[in-house]
Write a protein of this length. Structure first.
Length: 309
């Protein structure tokens, strides 16, 4: 077992005033809840305290405090440091509220970190945000934009906004609609799409400019099994061709089968990271996950009133 060194305490340039003044997140010596082991999972040793420009993604000390200085202050992500190599298919797993969406939002430039740095292929996400945005395709959690556009228009505009020429955009839009099984719904307004269809059209919009990095928050949520298998294959081909994929998911079995790397977060902290085999050892990823995060409750004993009489 190895542990990550202390992350670099840098602030990103231009951090919001007030956030700098926030009470620091609990130190690693703060007491942990009893049922949670202090990260005994596999943690890689990071080569440097600074983000590594050779990596597809390099995070150092990424931290988000919501409501700093208030009684409702919440450390959603706590000094997260992680390297994602080029060509990796990286799963990010954690319980509800573990900090996955917050971490991915900081990595993709949607949410400004309180502390820490994020780099994508050597580009500082917060220092060079325009270049960083161009380098990645992002599927944010639960967000849809431009709902009045049809699915085809949404993907087309996503391509045109990235500066692509019309013919290439038209060809790729056709290909993506087919891959997502949305060809027949291409003319329907996104506001009339089901949850799974929205997810797929947003995924298509994230991929149309063929970025080197895809950051996908819960890409399979509400997606039917046939479409999920198609998307999985498409993402695996993308990673095999040298692209990098980061997906968050709650489905351990899927992550174990689909991803080659995995990071486990809980309460904003990184508990384990590495190849799926390193992290899970000789047991399933699901068993490893439950062991790492703890917290199983005796539901039956707590809800005796639920028993049918
Ligand atoms: N805008 C916000 N203001 C205050 N607290 C927030 C905000 N967004 C998230 N949080 C809190 O930060 C923590 C992490 O939330 P986050 O959405 O990142 O978790 P998650 O791992 O993505 O969860 P899930 O799997 O349920 O989607 C949670 O405790 C959440 O309540």
């Amino acid at each position: 077992m190895s542990h990550a060194p202390d992350p670099h305490p840098d602030f990103p340039s231009g951090a919001r005033p007030g956030e700098r003044d926030a009470a620091p997140p609990p130190s690693s010596s703060a007491p942990e809840p009893e049922n949670r082991p202090r990260s005994h999972g596999h943690l890689p040793v990071l080569a440097s305290a600074e983000p590594d420009p050779q990596m597809a993604v390099s995070l150092r000390g990424l931290t988000k405090v919501f409501g700093p200085g208030t009684s409702r202050s919440k450390v959603a992500v706590n000094r997260l440091s992680l390297d994602v190599p080029h060509g990796a298919f990286y799963g990010l797993v954690g319980r509800n509220g573990a900090g996955k969406t917050t971490a991915l939002s900081m990595l993709t430039g949607l949410l400004r970190p309180t502390e820490g740095r994020a780099m994508v292929s050597g580009i500082d996400v917060w220092g060079q945000s325009r270049q960083a945005r161009h380098a990645m395709g992002v599927l944010p959690d639960g967000m849809t934009f431009f709902e009045r556009l049809s699915g085809r228009q949404l993907v087309t505009y996503a391509g045109l906004l990235r500066g692509m020429d019309r013919d290439t955009v038209a060809q790729r839009t056709d290909d993506l609609l087919r891959a997502m099984d949305l060809t027949n719904d291409g003319g329907t307004a996104v506001q009339d799409y089901s949850a799974g269809m929205r997810k797929k059209i947003m995924l298509a919009a994230a991929m149309v400019h063929a970025p080197g990095l895809l950051v996908l928050d819960e890409p399979f949520e509400a997606v039917d099994p046939v479409s999920a298998a198609n998307i999985r294959e498409l993402l695996q081909d993308f990673a095999r061709a040298g692209g990098t994929v980061i997906v968050s998911s709650h489905v351990m079995d899927l992550v174990q089968r689909m991803c080659d790397h995995v990071a486990v977060v809980d309460d904003g902290r990184l508990l384990a990271a590495g190849t799926v085999d390193q992290v899970r050892g000789s047991q399933s990823l699901e068993d490893t996950f439950v062991e790492l995060v703890g917290g199983r409750t005796q539901v039956g004993e707590g809800l005796t009133w639920l028993s049918p009489r």
